[in-house]
Design a protein around this ligand. Structure first.
Ligand SMILES: [Zn+2]
Ligand SMILES: [Zn+2]
Length: 226
């Protein structure tokens, strides 16, 4: 069925409208990459060719152990993510998920389960989908890792992180997640964009309380100006 639809309506690049694929080779190559030297814990670029953890992770260690981020959050990826999340262009989910999958020479360590960052039900109702859940679905299928969609939930409706100053973000999300007891030890949180990491930190802390021993973070993109 999909093949017939592709024949009748050949896909076009969602960014530049060139025929052929949802994300053409030129636009895929233009996606902003993270520097090779980055913090092992939060993926923030490190000065020079330093290895190890960034100053911020050393001062305030996050509750997650490792971040697998494929891209830096900048043009044209930010346009794609905004069209996807805020304008409901669901066609973006697959090419973005596939872009992440093909970004690795060495694939990230394999967790026993993927846990998408949950939306509060009120935001889910308004948006109609959870972008993190869609990414987890794609990655889980491609890597044959189970996705636990209902393991974690938001206890309360928190203000959009994007509207808050960095210092307010950890406070905003602290205690925001409730997690059911885990039967696995190594999990990866899935999210679309990581900014300061305070949401992931709050969820990772809750996952540890629920029994996780190792918590990774799989994100499409990492914002680097903080
Ligand atoms: Zn294109
Ligand atoms: Zn770091």
């Amino acid at each position: 069925m999909a093949a017939l639809l592709d024949y009748l309506y050949p896909p076009r690049c969602l960014l530049c409208h060139a025929p052929g694929a949802r994300l053409c080779r030129d636009c895929a190559d233009g996606m902003p990459r993270l520097a090779a030297a980055r913090c092992v814990q939060c993926a923030h670029p490190l000065a020079g060719s330093a290895a190890g953890r960034c100053g911020r992770c050393q001062r305030h260690p996050p509750a997650f152990d490792y971040t697998a981020a494929a891209f830096a959050y900048g043009a044209p990826l930010d346009i794609a993510v905004q069209q996807w999340k805020y304008a409901g262009r669901l066609a973006w989910a697959a090419p973005l998920a596939e872009g992440w999958l093909s970004a690795w020479d060495e694939p990230p360590a394999r967790p026993e389960a993927l846990i998408p960052v949950p939306l509060h039900w009120r935001r889910l109702l308004r948006r109609g989908f959870n972008q993190a859940g869609l990414l987890a679905q794609h990655w889980g299928r491609a890597c044959r890792i189970p996705v636990l969609h209902h393991q974690a939930r938001r206890r309360r409706h928190t203000p959009q992180q994007a509207q808050l100053a960095v210092a307010e973000r950890r406070q905003n999300v602290s205690g925001a997640f409730a997690v059911k007891p885990l039967r696995v030890r190594h999990v990866a949180i899935v999210d679309d964009v990581m900014t300061t990491g305070s949401t992931a930190h709050a969820l990772a802390a809750a996952l540890r309380q629920a029994g996780a021993e190792r918590v990774d973070l799989w994100v499409l993109a990492r914002a680097v100006d903080r």
